[in-house]
Design a protein around this ligand. Structure first.
Ligand code: ATR
Length: 282
């Protein structure tokens, strides 16, 4: 809401907080969205020292900021800090978007899962309903995306993780939302999946989770939540296993940003041209 003292061309300020942050593509993405939709915003990156997150958020709010994104390693702290959470943020245990409300309270959301789902379903026409999904990993990245995936009504989500207890805990947490199981990697042999989503951090170290061969259905998809200039080792595995489609997480990155932008501005940007622009940069 504007007051008598607002200037007509007032620039609204947003930021992304994390550590490290210099690599972040969020300022570029949101600046593209703002230009495209004629929104008058400035979006910066803020490096925050460990232990300094709450203070940094308070300072940004006091200086007139309107909202922020949160990335590694502060998403759990952000979850604890906010006054109110969307259901998807609440169950994810992590917040990647904060909106400062007019009464100065903090609303926390998690747009990672809807970003993944929009990339799969809108950008790549991958239908999830009634499909058998295998999700690799049971850390924060996976927990952040499970509710929006289950809302697409897959036949089953199997979560495979080296540390099996973490996979079982996640399955337990989400079982009221759909058909979901924890599994050892070794128990995957002989099963078939329509879509495998890599949510482990293995790609960062050029490693491949210990997947058995021949677990892809015909016309299967492999999706890596990571992205890089060249196909990740998981996507190369998918190609060897004759996946019909192999997709990296760059579209997810832009789509999660678009959902944050929508929360703040009430406007949906066109993500296609921004995905292309980010792809050209890497
Ligand atoms: P993030 O926030 O990125 O999810 P995390 O919470 O540390 O990070 O989780 C990393 C995930 O990647 C975990 O599921 C981890 O498996 P374990 O729980 O068994 O450690 C998984 N991971 C990392 N490197 C892996 C590898 N080389 N093979 C298989 N899984 C791996």
């Amino acid at each position: 809401m504007s007051s008598l003292f607002d200037f007509e061309n007032k620039t609204d300020r947003y930021t992304v907080m994390g550590n490290p942050i210099s690599h972040s593509k969020s300022p570029f993405i949101h600046t593209c969205f703002a230009k495209q939709t004629s929104q008058n915003i400035e979006y910066t990156a803020t490096q925050v020292d460990p232990g300094g997150f709450e203070q940094a958020v308070g300072n940004f709010q006091a200086s007139g900021g309107k909202g922020l994104n949160i990335t590694v390693p502060f998403k759990q702290e952000a979850w604890e800090l906010v006054d109110e959470r969307s259901p998807r943020a609440n169950i994810a245990g992590a917040v990647n978007t904060i909106l400062f409300k007019p009464d100065n309270t903090l609303l926390g959301d998690n747009t990672d899962g809807i970003g993944l789902v929009r990339d799969l379903t809108n950008n790549h026409q991958c239908n999830i309903e009634n499909k058998r999904l295998l999700v690799l990993g049971a850390g924060g990245a996976v927990r952040g995306v499970l509710l929006p995936l289950l809302e697409q009504k897959p036949a089953l989500i199997t979560i495979a993780n080296r540390t099996i207890d973490k996979a079982h805990l996640l399955a337990q947490l989400y079982k009221q939302h759909g058909n979901i199981l924890g599994s050892h990697y070794t128990d995957l042999a002989g099963q078939k999946f329509d879509l495998i989503i890599n949510g482990t951090s293995a790609s960062l170290n050029d490693q491949l989770p210990p997947l058995p061969d021949n677990i892809l259905m015909e016309n299967a998809w492999c999706y890596d939540m990571m992205y890089a200039k060249d196909p990740t080792v998981f996507l190369r595995w998918g190609n060897q296993q004759k996946a019909t489609n192999t997709i990296d997480g760059l579209g997810m990155l832009v789509e999660q940003a678009a959902e944050s932008f929508y929360l703040w501005r009430g406007v949906r940007p066109d993500t296609q041209e921004v995905i292309k622009a980010v792809r050209e940069q890497i």
